[in-house]
Design a protein around this ligand. Structure first.
Ligand code: AMP
Length: 114
C-alpha cells in the first residue's frame, strides 16, 4: 500500500489541500473539481473500495458522512444542498483504489448521474 496515492496523501508525503483531518479520516480538495465544493474524504487506513470494507469500518463510514455534513455546513451548502458519492468499481468510474467519499456542492447536480 506504500504506493497508494491516497495513503501517501494521508501520510503527508504528497501535497494536498487538506480541509479536515482527525485520527481516522482525512479530507482534501479534489485536484479536478467537478463543482465549486469538491472534497474527498478518505479513511487513513487503506480500504480499496466499499467491497473491502469490514465490520471494523462501519463506524468510520458513519463518521465520514457526519464530517461531510460538517464541511458542507461550514460552507453554507446546508441551505442549498450537497451530495455525497462513493464510486465503486469500473462501471462507476472508480479511478483510485482507496475508498473515498466525494462531497459535492455549490451548483445544481444532475440526476440521474451520467
Ligand atoms: P474516483 O474516480 O471516484 O476514483 O475519484 C478519484 C478522484 O480523485 C478524482 O475525482 C480525482 O480528480 C481525484 N484525485 C486523484 N488524484 C488526486 C490528488 N493527488 N489530489 C486530489 N485529488 C485527486
Amino acid at each position: 500500500m506504500e504506493e497508494c496515492i491516497f495513503c501517501r496523501i494521508a501520510r503527508g508525503e504528497i501535497d494536498s489541500s487538506i480541509v479536515y483531518e482527525d485520527e481516522n479520516l482525512v479530507a482534501f480538495n479534489d485536484i479536478n473539481p467537478q463543482a465549486p465544493m469538491h472534497v474527498l474524504i478518505i479513511p487513513r487506513m487503506h480500504v480499496s473500495s466499499l467491497l473491502e470494507l469490514g465490520a471494523d469500518g462501519e463506524q468510520l463510514v458513519g463518521k465520514a458522512h457526519r464530517v461531510a455534513g460538517q464541511i458542507a455546513r461550514e460552507r453554507g451548502y446546508d441551505r442549498s444542498g450537497f451530495r455525497v458519492v462513493v464510486n465503486c468499481g469500473e462501471d462507476a468510474g472508480q479511478s483510485v483504489p482507496h475508498l473515498h467519499f466525494h462531497v459535492l456542492g455549490g451548483r445544481a447536480l444532475g440526476w440521474p448521474p451520467g
